[in-house]
Write a protein that binds this ligand. Structure first.
Ligand SMILES: Cc1cc2nc3c(=O)[nH]c(=O)nc-3n(C[C@H](O)[C@H](O)[C@H](O)COP(=O)(O)OP(=O)(O)OC[C@H]3O[C@@H](n4cnc5c(N)ncnc54)[C@H](O)[C@@H]3O)c2cc1C
Length: 424
């Protein structure tokens, strides 16, 4: 019997279901007194989380917002597998910041290089930006040291788990599809950005191998015993095993020990793999900026439901850099950005939402990840999150029991709706 796909949320639910707002907030000692010049908020990062925060702050008209983002435009990681497999053009992922600028966000095309929390400013290559509140959403950095040889071979090992890295992966995949051989992919242990994404990428490349008659196979070297996160293991395994039994070889519980990119050898405890092309997905952590500012070790330490850092009440960390059990998803990052922006506006206008009483249950930002496992089918992974004040956060997964066509169609609607609200 074919399992029934889950019902898809409406566009409105897609955009607002996860972004539960209205949390409460203790006054925190904003440096700009109410009634004087507008409070200054600096947002670091113009990705999913940063846009959610910067736009909502600017649209309030209550604060001066500066967003630091070195890239000239936005490039989406969600849906990038469609580009890598040759099913969508690069322009599908690429969005202009024009309408973000129109909301009043002052966009500065520079990197934040340091944060001085005592003096309350962010340092860039050329300037100091003072802040009353700081929202950090710089995404992730790869832990290159976790695999000896990776850093030396970096130029030949595109990862494609951050914006603007997808073209290099696409070139590598195109070459593999025409010449064949062994395409090796590694999957780290969580937490990392969008855990279903490596399997999605493998499936879409495998489908192209079949269509183009590519000789060879994809070997997935997974550090986990099963596809992650756990609720997706069955449908993802089922898709790999039934759709691509000849194209994908799935090896589990295997952590690679070394890579020699010049000789194209990946070493594992069970022997060497001689490959044609390698897509190594390293373990991830928050960028150095966050760790150097004393906001956490591997990930930023934040309070939920507020996303305020445990080290500093004027600094929020949202998106993949924060270290709660919320999934590292663009949808969650965007919702968290909107939420912290509303909290900051409440604080600077002297009208903070009342703090939820102990024992009250509040919704946390949730979201949907899509594993598109063929041109026509996908698996929906819908995560909702909540917490009882004073207790740990809880996640609830709804996962399609099997890949299906309605979820593939819904993934396209989801992406258009998300990008529409970020850049429309
Ligand atoms: C292949 C793939 C598929 C995915 N599919 C989905 C999906 O279906 N659904 C979903 O919800 N999520 C998905 N994700 C996850 C999603 O991409 C991330 O969770 C999301 O990008 C996190 O947002 P963020 O704002 O934390 O980081 P990002 O979106 O990465 O934004 C960080 C930004 O900060 C900038 N930055 C970094 N350092 C600095 C600095 N020092 N100064 C200034 N700017 C800086 C970067 O240039 C970047 O633009 C997917 C990810 C991948 C890789």
């Amino acid at each position: 019997m074919t399992p029934t796909p889950l019902t898809h949320p409406s566009r409105r639910q897609l955009l607002h279901g996860g972004a539960a707002v209205g949390l409460a907030l203790l006054a925190t000692g904003c440096a700009t007194p109410i009634g004087s010049a507008k409070a200054r908020v600096v947002v670091v990062g113009g990705g999913w989380g940063g846009i959610g925060a910067a736009r909502t702050l600017a649209e309030s008209g209550q604060v001066d917002v500066t967003m630091l983002e070195p890239n000239p435009s936005f490039m989406s990681c969600p849906m990038s597998a469609l580009y890598i497999a040759g099913l969508k053009p690069l322009s599908y992922l690429n969005h202009s910041y024009r309408n973000v600028d129109r909301t009043g966000v002052r966009r500065v095309r520079e990197r934040a290089t340091a944060i001085d929390r005592a003096a309350r400013f962010v340092q860039t290559e050329t300037q100091r930006l003072p802040y009353d509140y700081l929202v950090l959403a710089p995404g992730v950095e790869y832990m290159e040291d976790s695999l000896p040889g990776f850093a030396e071979g970096r130029d030949r090992l595109p990862v494609g788990f951050r914006a603007f890295e997808h073209e290099a992966v696409r070139q590598q995949v195109d070459a593999f599809l025409s010449q064949g051989g062994i395409y090796v992919m590694t999957v780290p242990r969580p937490p990392f950005r969008c855990p279903p994404a490596p399997y999605e990428r493998a499936c879409l490349i495998a489908e192209q191998m079949r269509k183009r008659g590519t000789k060879g196979k994809i070997i997935i070297v997974d550090a986990n015993p099963d596809p992650t996160p756990a609720p997706t293991a069955r449908p993802v395994r089922h898709a790999m095993e039934t759709l691509y039994p000849n194209e994908i070889e799935y090896r589990v519980d295997m952590v690679p020990t070394r890579i020699d990119a010049a000789r194209r050898v990946l070493s594992t405890p069970e022997g060497d793999i001689n490959y044609t092309a390698a897509n190594i997905i390293p373990p991830m952590r928050a960028p150095a900026l966050i760790r150097q500012a004393g906001l956490g070790e591997r990930w930023a330490s934040v309070h939920l439901p507020s996303f305020r850092t445990t080290a500093d009440p004027l600094v929020y960390v949202i998106g993949d850099s924060q270290g709660t059990l919320l999934p590292k998803s663009g949808h969650v990052a965007f919702g968290a950005g909107q939420q912290v922006a509303k909290e900051i506006v409440g604080l600077v206008t002297g009208r903070p939402d009342p703090a939820p009483a102990p024992g009250t249950t509040v919704a946390l930002p949730g979201g949907i990840c899509w594993a598109k496992v063929s041109e026509r089918t996908a698996i929906m992974v819908n995560v909702s999150a909540s917490m009882q004040i004073g207790e740990a956060a809880r996640l609830r997964f709804e996962v399609d029991p099997q890949h299906n066509e309605p979820s593939k169609k819904a993934s396209i609607v989801w992406a258009d709706a998300m990008w529409g609200s970020m850049f429309g």
